[in-house]
Design a protein around this ligand. Structure first.
Ligand SMILES: *Cc1c(COP(=O)(O)O)cnc(C)c1O
Length: 418
């Protein structure tokens, strides 16, 4: 324990063993990576594995209470084919814009099980949502007035839940989205007044429940358990002022996946046990309420890889640089510029040399004229050469749709669901 820092082993990435390896090559959806690259017809590309998506939903179902509804927060990955695949496996889709709403409706998801959240909903988007019959998570007093008008105009009551900005924070989450002053939701202390306005709107609004989302990318089960307990207690308190019985209670999500060295996969067992406990209480205290959790990256992140081809191998003053055709413009998160405070490496491998020893330290960079264009910085890797395929794991969430694709004018990556 007391060895000097220089002798302690460096933290490692969690094992990336969800994709098989055969004859030294990574397999995606049963295909060797080089054959998949030929099939796609270009690099770089993102590949998402259907089987792994299905498996992940199965693991969640096994760990969580049977009555709990599982929603997919599609901003994590809005690829239409992937949303369509997940729509057949989960109980609902959460959207954050009118554009996402169209994709969710195309996916075949039941509109009654689609919900729409976001702090700056435009009147046109709210009208789309009322006409579609989806549940709208109200985030301001302005939305109450707008929706009441739209409900009357269309002759359809707008289905609404109240997104609450809780009076607590999700400890140790990568991105805090509730607690303190926030642009998301309505502060818990203002919710009774908002509920009174909903009541005053009469038949134009149909109140259905509450939505709480404390934060995202959390790898500590005890922090998630605590946030879910506090969210439930807060919703129960607020329900006393509700204009109608609570029929849906969305407790958020925030389940993280391991990206960086030293991080471990989340243990679902304590989270499942706590949700079972909450479900038992809700059956007595909010008997009409369906409990919902909404997950983005946890459902899709580990099922996706980003693949770029090595174009050049350069040695600069003794350091190896693998220059690829992919980079920050297509995978902002792996470059360290999407919310990371201190840059750390995503798990990166040479997909065409999976069994070769990691015999050198190399940096994997992209083609952009900025030093920020890094996919891996000084990482132990097998010796790789032009033509090899670099793989960035944990890339199924917040990939191309969260990257500045126009920067430097390269063509967009292809996305495939295999
Ligand atoms: C972004 C978001 C999610 C998904 O977050 P993940 O970290 O991808 O699970 C869920 N709910 C809301 C309201 C969000 O804004």
């Amino acid at each position: 324990m007391n060895a000097p820092a220089s002798e302690r082993p460096l933290p490692e990435h969690a094992p990336m063993d969800r994709f098989a390896v055969r004859d030294g090559e990574l397999q995606v959806g049963g295909l060797p990576l080089s054959r998949l690259a030929a099939r796609v017809g270009q690099t770089p590309f993102y590949a998402y594995d259907r089987q792994l998506l299905t498996q992940r939903v199965g693991e969640l179902r096994a760990a969580l209470p049977a009555t709990l509804k599982l929603h997919y927060a599609m901003k994590a990955n809005p690829m239409p084919a992937l949303v369509g695949h997940l729509a057949g496996l989960v109980d609902g889709i959460d959207v954050a814009s009118g554009g996402e709403l169209r994709i969710a409706l195309d996916s075949g998801a039941d509109p009654r099980e689609i919900s729409f959240a976001g702090p700056g909903k435009q009147a046109g988007e709210l009208r789309q949502a009322v006409a579609a019959g989806v549940l709208i998570n109200l985030e301001s007093f302005r939305e109450v007035a707008l929706l009441a008008g739209i409900g009357r105009e269309l002759g359809l009551p707008a289905r609404v839940a109240v997104r609450v900005n809780p009076d607590f924070e999700l400890k140790s989450s990568g991105m805090k989205m509730g607690g303190g002053p926030k642009q998301f939701g309505v502060d818990a202390e203002q919710v009774p007044a908002l509920l009174a306005e909903i009541r005053r709107a009469g038949d134009a609004l149909a109140f259905e429940g509450f939505h709480l989302f404390a934060g995202s990318q959390n790898l500590r089960p005890e922090a998630i358990v605590e946030a879910q307990c506090k969210s439930y207690a807060l919703a129960l308190r607020l329900a006393a002022d509700a204009p109608a019985p609570v029929r849906t209670l969305n407790l958020g999500g925030g389940f993280g996946i391991p990206y960086f060295p030293g991080e471990q996969r989340l243990d679902l067992a304590p989270i499942g046990a706590n949700l079972a406990d909450i479900a038992g209480r809700a059956a007595r205290e909010l008997p009409q309420a369906a409990l919902v959790i909404e997950l983005g990256r946890y459902l899709v992140g580990e099922a996706g890889i980003y693949v770029a081809r090595v174009l050049d191998r350069k040695i600069s003053r003794g350091q190896v640089f693998l220059v690829t055709d992919g980079g920050l413009h297509q995978h902002l998160a792996a470059s360290g510029n999407f919310g990371q405070v201190i840059r750390k490496n995503y798990p990166v491998a040479i997909g065409t040399r999976m069994q070769a020893p990691r015999s050198e330290t190399a940096s994997v960079v992209g083609p952009l004229c900025t030093p920020l264009d890094l996919l891996a910085e000084r990482m132990p890797l097998p010796e790789a050469y032009p033509g090899d395929l670099v793989v960035v794991f944990q890339s199924g969430a917040y990939g191309p749709s969260a990257s500045p694709q126009a920067f430097l004018g390269h063509p967009p990556p292809v996305e495939v669901l295999v």
